[in-house]
Design a protein around this ligand. Structure first.
Ligand code: 7TS
Length: 418
C-alpha cells in the first residue's frame, strides 16, 4: 500500500510537554484547579490535528460516499477509503478489504457474534473468553450462547494480581470454536500475551477475536504478528472521534461470513424478492457511513505514528508503574492488577472510602478519575468488591500529575479518617 507508510517520527525522546500542547482541552481549570485528566481508558482527548481534519472535512469535502459522480462525493469517497487503507497499514492487515468500519469495539464484537457466530457456532460448541472481559466482549457471547445452545467457558484470573491463569489453556481449548479475549484489561491493567494464546488456539483450529480497545492507541498492534482472526478497536480511545471504530477480519473468514445489517451501500443488485451483496469490507457496511469519523480516525492514526507507538507504549508503562509504586505507599490501599509490565492504568480502593465518593472528591480538586465496576461486573464480584477507583493515563499525562493524584488521595483519606 504505497504512500501510506507511517509518517517519519520525531527524535529519539519526544518532547512530551510540547506534545501535551496539541490537546487544547487539557489547558483549563476545573473547580479552580488545573485539570488532571486521568480517565483515558474511558476515552482519550483529541489533538488539534484531528479537530482540524474534522473541520476541514465538513468545511470543504462533505458529501455522501460511493453514490455521487460529483466532485464532493468523489472527495468524500476518496477520504473514506483512504482511511481504510491507512487503518490496514496501522494494524498491518494484508489488504484494506480486511478493515470494516464500525461504531466502535462493541459493535465490532456484536457483528462477529451475529454474522460469523450464528453461522459457525452451534449447539454444544464452546466459546472461551476470560474472566476479565469488558461487558462488550461478554454479553454478545452470552446472547449467542442462549440463541445457539453453545457453552460459554472462562479462562480464570488469578486474584488481585490480575494475571490470566493459562496453565490449563490447552485443555480448555478442547471443543471450543471461538476464543475471544482482551489484549489489555480496562480495570486491571493486565497485558495479555495475545500472540502466544492465539498461536495455541490456531493449533487447535479455534477461531480468535482480540479486543484491542485498550491497546490499539497505546502500543503497536499488528494483526499478523498477533495471528488473530478478528480484532476490534474504538477510535475514541486512540485520539480519534467518538462513535467510530474498526473490525479487522482475516480475508478468508470474511468471505464466508454473511452480512450484519442489510440496506444501501452493501448490495450489488436488489429485486423485490432478493438481493446480492458486495464482497470484502463493504458487505458489512450498510447505510451511509460515518465519513467524518473515518477522516478523524485517519488523522488520529497519523498523529500516533508521528509520535511513535513504541514510545507511547514505553511512556504509558512508565506512568503505570510509577503510579502503582506511588500509590502503594498509601497505607491500607488495595491495588489491582500486576505490579510490573502493566498498562498505563491503576485500579485501587482506599479503606472505608467508596469509589464513587473518592472520585467525586477528586473531581473537586480537578482530578478526573473513574469509579465503578468499569463494565467488569463479574470480575468485581470475583474480586469481592462492588467497584474500584481507576486512574488511567495517556502520553500527555505527567508524573507530576500522578504526584497530584497521590496528594489528593492523602487528603481524601484524612477527610474520612477525621
Ligand atoms: N473493551 C474494552 C477492554 C474496553 O475497555 C471498552 C471500553 C470496550 C471494550 C468498549 O468500547 P466501546 O468504545 O465500544 O464503548 N472501556 C471503557 C472503560 O473502561 N470506561 O469507559 C469505557
Amino acid at each position: 500500500m504505497p504512500g501510506f507508510a507511517p509518517a517519519p517520527q520525531s527524535p529519539a525522546s519526544p518532547d512530551w510537554a510540547a506534545i501535551r500542547q496539541d490537546f487544547p482541552i487539557l489547558n483549563q481549570q476545573i473547580h479552580g484547579h488545573p485539570l488532571v485528566y486521568l480517565d483515558n481508558a474511558a476515552t482519550s482527548q483529541k489533538p488539534r490535528s484531528v479537530l482540524d481534519a474534522l473541520r476541514k472535512y465538513y468545511e470543504f469535502d462533505n458529501a455522501n460516499v460511493h453514490r455521487g459522480i460529483h466532485e464532493l462525493s468523489n472527495r468524500a469517497t476518496a477520504a473514506y477509503e483512504a482511511a481504510r487503507t491507512r487503518a490496514a497499514v496501522f494494524f498491518n492487515a494484508r489488504t484494506p478489504d480486511e478493515i470494516i468500519f464500525t461504531r466502535g469495539t462493541t459493535e465490532g464484537v456484536n457483528l462477529v457474534a451475529r454474522s460469523w457466530g450464528e453461522k459457525f457456532i452451534g449447539k454444544g460448541d464452546g466459546i472461551l473468553i476470560t474472566e476479565m472481559e469488558h461487558h462488550s466482549n461478554l454479553v454478545p457471547w452470552q446472547m449467542l450462547a442462549a440463541k445457539t445452545g453453545a457453552r460459554l467457558h472462562f479462562l480464570p484470573v488469578q486474584g488481585d494480581g490480575g494475571l490470566l491463569d493459562l496453565s490449563r489453556l490447552e485443555e480448555q481449548l478442547s471443543g471450543v470454536k471461538l476464543l475471544a479475549l482482551t489484549h489489555i484489561s480496562n480495570s486491571l491493567g493486565t497485558v495479555n500475551p495475545v500472540a502466544e494464546i492465539c498461536a495455541l488456539a490456531r493449533k487447535h483450529g479455534v477461531t480468535t477475536l482480540v479486543d484491542a480497545a485498550q491497546s490499539a492507541g497505546h502500543r503497536p498492534v499488528d494483526v499478523q504478528e498477533i495471528g488473530c482472526d478478528f480484532l476490534v478497536a474504538s477510535s475514541h480511545k486512540m485520539c480519534g472521534p467518538t462513535g467510530f471504530g474498526m473490525l479487522y477480519g482475516r480475508g478468508e473468514i470474511l468471505e464466508q461470513t454473511p452480512p450484519f445489517h442489510g440496506g444501501g451501500e452493501m448490495i450489488v443488485t436488489v429485486s423485490y424478492e432478493s438481493s446480492t451483496w458486495k464482497s470484502g469490507a463493504h458487505k458489512f457496511e450498510a447505510g451511509t457511513p460515518d465519513m467524518s469519523g473515518a477522516v478523524g480516525f485517519h488523522a488520529a492514526m497519523d498523529y500516533l505514528d508521528q509520535i511513535g507507538r513504541e514510545r507511547i507504549a514505553r511512556h504509558d508503562q512508565q506512568l503505570g508503574e510509577y503510579a502503582y509504586e506511588q500509590l502503594s505507599g498509601l497505607s491500607g490501599i488495595r491495588l489491582f492488577g500486576p505490579a510490573l509490565g502493566r498498562a498505563g492504568l491503576v485500579s485501587f480502593l482506599l479503606p472505608d472510602v467508596h469509589a464513587h465518593d473518592l472520585v467525586m472528591l477528586a473531581d473537586q480538586r480537578g482530578v478526573a478519575l473513574r469509579g465503578g465496576h468499569h463494565c467488569n461486573q463479574p470480575l468485581m464480584h470475583k474480586l469481592g468488591v462492588e467497584s474500584t477507583a481507576r486512574a488511567s493515563f495517556y502520553f500527555y499525562n505527567t508524573t507530576s500529575e500522578i504526584d497530584t493524584l497521590v496528594e489528593v488521595l492523602k487528603d481524601i483519606r484524612k477527610f474520612f479518617a477525621d
